[in-house]
Design a protein around this ligand. Structure first.
Ligand SMILES: [Zn+2]
Length: 240
């Protein structure tokens, strides 16, 4: 058995399925990477029970997307597609992942969503982040508390309070998302149609990013929700 990956990163983006991080926050991650941050991606599942593709196809697509993004690693926790719930056994795996990689910032799904795995991932990550720092929680590796958790919206919108200009990274992000070929429109595919595989999906995806960008005066933005209050030493830092 190979040794577990213990590479430290600044940022860990945790999605339920192999394409979630790409679609939701890859522009933000690319922007942070360009400024020197080390980025790790985690997939809770292999997307093995999705309507399109299969585990092998999706694993190859996920690796292709990772190559395009150039992040440090992509790790699959394999917690069961359509089965993500906040259970003790799954918490141990997420806690050990957080402790192995010691991120300062974690990004994941907002907890109110059409897909139960997105809701399950949100709850599981939030609670695992807390107990990852508890010395007596029964899991391996040194306790570690990431400093912040940012939530991204998926199916349904919420009031976001963190907007990131991803204009310079938009095409790069789209290239990575499109690497998940089995999930998107293909006139030759006989797989069932999903929201992602509708021909207009990327047009709608762009419209949403343009709308967010409009709120902060840029072309494209990705948006997040920070649940806790932010302590500010000098309010002028809010006026760049
Ligand atoms: Zn998903």
């Amino acid at each position: 058995m190979s040794e577990p990956n213990t590479q430290k990163v600044d940022v860990l983006a945790i999605g339920a399925h192999p394409d979630d991080v790409e679609l939701s926050c890859a522009g933000t991650l690319l922007r942070m990477q360009a400024q020197g941050a080390k980025i790790g991606m985690v997939d809770m599942t292999r997307g093995e029970r999705g309507s399109r593709g299969n585990a092998e196809i999706r694993a190859a697509e996920a690796q292709a997307a990772l190559q395009i993004l150039g992040f440090e690693f992509r790790e699959v926790l394999d917690l069961g597609d359509l089965q993500i719930q906040d259970t003790h056994e799954r918490r141990v795996k997420v806690v050990e992942c957080i402790r192995r990689h010691k991120p300062t910032l974690v990004l994941t799904h907002w907890g109110y969503d059409k897909h139960p795995d997105h809701e399950g991932t949100s709850e599981l990550v939030k609670h695992s982040m807390f107990v990852a720092g508890a010395a007596n929680f029964p899991a391996k590796y040194e306790p570690h508390n990431p400093k912040r958790l940012l939530y991204w919206p998926s199916s349904w919108m919420m009031d976001c309070n963190v907007y990131v200009d991803v204009t310079d990274y938009w095409e790069h992000k789209l290239r990575a998302a499109r690497a998940h070929k089995s999930q998107f429109f293909d006139p030759n595919s006989s797989d069932p149609t999903t929201i992602l595989s509708q021909p207009a999906f990327f047009e709608r995806h762009e419209r949403r990013a343009r709308y967010f960008g409009d709120q902060i005066g840029v072309k494209y933005a990705e948006v997040f929700y920070l649940r806790e209050p932010v302590k500010v030493d000098n309010p002028l830092t809010l006026c760049p």
